[in-house]
Design a protein around this ligand. Structure first.
Ligand SMILES: [Zn+2]
Length: 91
């Protein structure tokens, strides 16, 4: 059973950290979040006493498109979204 608090779900899974600091992410979770072994990168965030692992998105932050991408304020963005932001800024 999973408990829900402010969008944070408890999976009820506990894992021991090994002597090298490694933790295994349960297969069901990797499948649910579409994380591929030996391919996907996880970004590590810290929030208070929590460690948050987020699948690293190589595509545009806003639309997910891959290809020619730039960086804007630390986010990866595609030319289409840059144009959209430019247009939006006028209002
Ligand atoms: Zn985009």
């Amino acid at each position: 059973m999973s408990k829900k608090t402010d969008g944070v779900k408890s999976t009820g899974v506990m894992r021991k950290v090994d002597q090298l600091g490694r933790v295994v992410i349960p297969k069901e979770l990797r499948m649910a979040l579409d994380i591929e072994d030996n391919k996907d990168l996880l970004e590590i965030y810290v929030e208070g006493d929590k460690i948050i692992l987020k699948k690293f998105a190589s595509g545009c932050t806003f639309c997910g498109k891959e290809g020619v991408l730039s960086s804007f304020r630390g986010k990866i963005i595609c030319p289409d979204c840059i144009n959209e932001i430019k247009e939006t800024e006028m209002f």
